[in-house]
Write a protein that binds this ligand. Structure first.
Ligand code: NIG
Ligand code: FE
Length: 436
């Protein structure tokens, strides 16, 4: 558990609460770890029960009359016949950035590819130039407002990556912003160091300068980030034209030695051996996988690594390829879904919309999609032992939706049916229905 989690749990309301009058409570209850294969098929929707919360933790899921007897004097929260679920876990975002990149969307519509835009100095490079020129206070204010939008869709845990700084000072600047978000927002925030998001333009001139940047990530950035406790994870963008498998291995191995957990942007656009690398390093997650190979799927199935799929990215980039979610699930790979919220490839705050894409584009069932954005999202952040399910002892991170059945969450696509969220039993977000 991170110190951030300690803080959130400690801050969890002292008040005893009973969440009553939900048509369904989708508990996702089960083992406190990533779910694989058939384990993803049942999100455990219960009828005729309510949830008691004590000290920020779920105390019991039982019939309302029983909870009233056991927890006399508890404040009751009327769920209004909605569906109560574990708060959604968005395990992959680049939520701190300056200006938007709507210009690039038009360029792509006119036929220019994402990587071609990057080769011309746009893409991640454009966000790097912009972030370097933007002060910390402005970045914080922008991110606070943007992350509140994610929370408004039912998300209670958000992973946020650095990676638009690409120099020691600018990466630290980003991580300080993320750390402040972690301390000041009601949402649970998990920080990731992504100093290897791109090769900065100033290091792209030769093989020597390129390896000098890898060295500065390994020798300067990782030790400083670890020493200051600014990240839980390290991540690398491993793909053709960005970091090679060998460079990624060097960086992630150094991160592991420094005590960080590992993630990898793997096989997003081309099949480059990223999934195999993530599996061999026992990375907590391998993300994207739009072009994962058969060997990559096999390697993941034999590992502990969670496959985090980001179908919003493929949709927004206008790509027709899809991550092979069914094959991954049927091979026994635990699958998570996340937004990839970022200014270039997926500027959506709407994780329920990603569930829609999980069902309609990746052929997942609604239960699989829900497990992918709760328990398995938590597993992709190494926190599935206390986040991601409505079960006794778990953090009372809850999302209430104005629907009658869990399948209606991916069904009403693009709509925001989230009425309220709670983190550690404390109100995080509420629409104006006066529920909290
Ligand atoms: O996950 N692939 C690398 N990173 C992001 C894109 C970031 C950007 O274009 O700004 C992604 O898609
Ligand atoms: Fe990403």
């Amino acid at each position: 558990m991170t110190s951030a989690d300690d803080e959130v749990l400690a801050a969890g309301g002292d008040e005893t609460l009973i969440f009553a009058n939900a048509t369904q409570i989708v508990t996702c209850a089960g083992p406190p770890r990533a779910r694989r294969g058939a384990e993803m098929a049942d999100a455990a929707a219960e009828h005729g029960v309510a949830v008691a919360v004590l000290g920020g933790l779920v105390a019991a899921v039982a019939p309302l009359a029983d909870l009233r007897r056991t927890y006399g004097g508890a404040r009751e929260i009327d769920c209004g016949g909605g569906v109560l679920m574990p708060g959604l876990v968005d395990s992959h975002t680049h939520g701190v950035f300056g200006r938007t990149r709507s210009d690039e969307q038009e360029l792509r519509a006119a036929g220019l590819d994402y990587m071609e835009i990057a080769r011309r100095g746009g893409g991640i490079h454009a966000s790097v130039r912009d972030l370097r020129a933007t002060d910390e206070e402005t970045l914080f204010a922008l991110a606070r407002e943007r992350l509140a939008r994610l929370a408004a869709f039912g998300t209670t845990t958000i992973e946020v990556k650095s990676g638009y700084g690409l120099s020691l000072d600018d990466e630290l600047k980003m991580l300080r912003v993320i750390d402040r978000l972690r301390r000041e927002l009601p949402t649970r925030i998990v920080p990731t160091f992504l100093g290897a998001h791109e090769i900065p333009l100033e290091y792209r001139t030769s093989a020597i300068t390129r390896s000098a940047y890898v060295e500065t990530v390994v020798n300067d950035m990782i030790p400083m980030v670890a020493k200051n406790g600014l990240a839980r994870f390290a991540d690398v963008f491993c793909d053709t034209g960005v970091y090679t498998v060998e460079e990624s291995r060097t960086i992630l191995s150094a991160a592991r030695r420094a005590g960080l957990l590992l993630k990898l942007h793997a096989d997003e656009l081309t099949s480059s051996g990223g999934a195999e690398l993530a599996a061999s390093l026992a990375a907590t997650s391998a993300d994207h996988l739009g072009a994962v190979s058969e060997a990559g799927i096999k390697a993941l199935a034999q590992s502990s690594t969670v496959a985090t799929l980001l179908p919003g990215t493929m949709l927004f980039l206008g790509k027709s390829t899809r991550a092979p979610a069914r094959q991954l699930i049927e091979s026994g790979v635990p699958v998570a879904l996340a937004t990839d919220f970022n200014p270039g490839t997926s500027p959506t705050p709407n994780l329920p919309l990603i569930l829609t894409l999980g069902v309609s584009q990746l052929h997942m069932s609604a239960s699989e999609a829900v497990i992918a954005a709760t328990v398995n999202g938590a597993a992709a952040l190494g926190i599935a032992d206390h986040v991601g399910q409505i079960a006794p002892g778990f953090a009372a991170d809850l999302a209430l939706f104005d629907v009658r059945d869990l399948r209606d969450v991916p069904y009403w696509y693009g709509d925001n049916r989230c009425v309220a969220t709670f983190v550690g039993g404390k109100p995080c977000h509420s629409s104006d229905l006066g529920l909290c």
